[in-house]
Design a binder for this molecule. Structure first.
Ligand SMILES: NC(=O)c1ccc[n+]([C@@H]2O[C@H](COP(=O)([O-])OP(=O)(O)OC[C@H]3O[C@@H](n4cnc5c(N)ncnc54)[C@H](O)[C@@H]3O)[C@@H](O)[C@H]2O)c1
Length: 249
């Protein structure tokens, strides 16, 4: 099966590094023009060639509607609008038991991981509906199925993304817009590596695949879900986990 995204424009949030960077490259490799938007993008890091195709970086904080609007308006002017939105930007650093949690830290997780996805979806929605074609992917987590120990804001936001996915999928059905969630398990990126080798070794023993996932493996799933071939898949929450969720005892 050949996935051809030429003629499509994708906006990938949190696209500067990790899973978002791999997704941006994967979509560009499949022929899309990709705007990787991230609050961490430096002024110098504005463009890169990926196999001869263009990957553009833009500075954008998903928690700020005005910044999202600015970038999406720019994309509309330069290439006719966003066809593919990957709501990938997320934070997972707020680890503390309830005594150490504060309303502010909880709200920050929700405002980036969940409200950020709402902001971006809201701003691209009418153009997708006008074109009668659109793809939205929400980067949830397998922890949305259970809980995220000592990370209530993370757990709540990732579970919230599944509800947002299903709800928008219902509305998008008649408009040609599919909305799906991806639920990664433990993927080898910076915030995961920060957990330390000892903890990761213990967790690895509970992964049937016997290893952490690679960002490119998440990107491959996203590339399929946004393709023409996946047009009948909507409202789904798809795990990419090496089977980590299968252990129950
Ligand atoms: N790595 C994993 O094991 C794993 C597992 C499940 C889910 N996820 C999810 O996948 C996504 C990417 O994770 P990752 O491991 O690549 O993390 P990462 O920290 O390497 O990348 C996240 C990117 O999002 C950006 N970002 C953060 N807040 C932002 C904001 N307000 N606006 C714009 N950009 C913002 C960061 O600057 C960073 O570049 C996250 O949503 C994460 O929750 C990751």
């Amino acid at each position: 099966m050949i996935i051809d995204l030429s003629g499509k424009t994708a906006l990938v949030t949190g696209g500067a590094r990790g899973i978002g960077r791999a997704v941006s490259q994967g979509l560009a490799d499949a022929g899309a023009r990709v705007v990787a938007a991230d609050r961490a993008v430096g002024e110098m890091e504005s463009e890169a060639e990926v196999d001869g195709r263009r990957l553009v970086f833009r500075k954008m904080d998903v928690a700020r509607m005005d910044e999202v609007r600015r970038v999406v308006d720019e994309v509309a002017r330069s290439s006719g609008g966003v066809d593919i939105l990957v709501n990938n930007a997320g934070v997972m650093g707020n680890f503390a038991l309830m005594n150490g949690q504060t309303p502010e830290r909880f709200a920050e997780d929700i405002s980036i991981n969940l409200i950020g996805a709402f902001h971006c979806s809201k701003v691209v929605w009418s153009k997708m509906a006008e074109k009668g074609w659109g793809r939205i992917i929400n980067m949830s987590s397998i922890s949305a199925r259970g809980g995220a120990f000592a990370a209530p804001g993370y757990g709540a936001s990732k579970a919230g993304l599944l509800g947002l996915t299903r709800t928008l999928a219902i509305e998008g059905g008649g408009l040609g817009i599919t909305v799906n969630a991806v639920m990664p398990g433990l993927i080898d990126t910076e915030p995961v590596r920060k957990q330390g080798a000892e903890l990761l070794d213990r967790v690895r023993q509970r992964i049937p695949a016997g290893r952490l996932g690679r960002p490119e493996e998440v990107a491959a799933l996203v590339t399929f879900l946004v393709s023409e071939q996946a047009g009948y898949i909507t409202g789904a929450s798809v795990p990419v986990t090496g089977g980590i969720e299968l252990f129950t005892i």
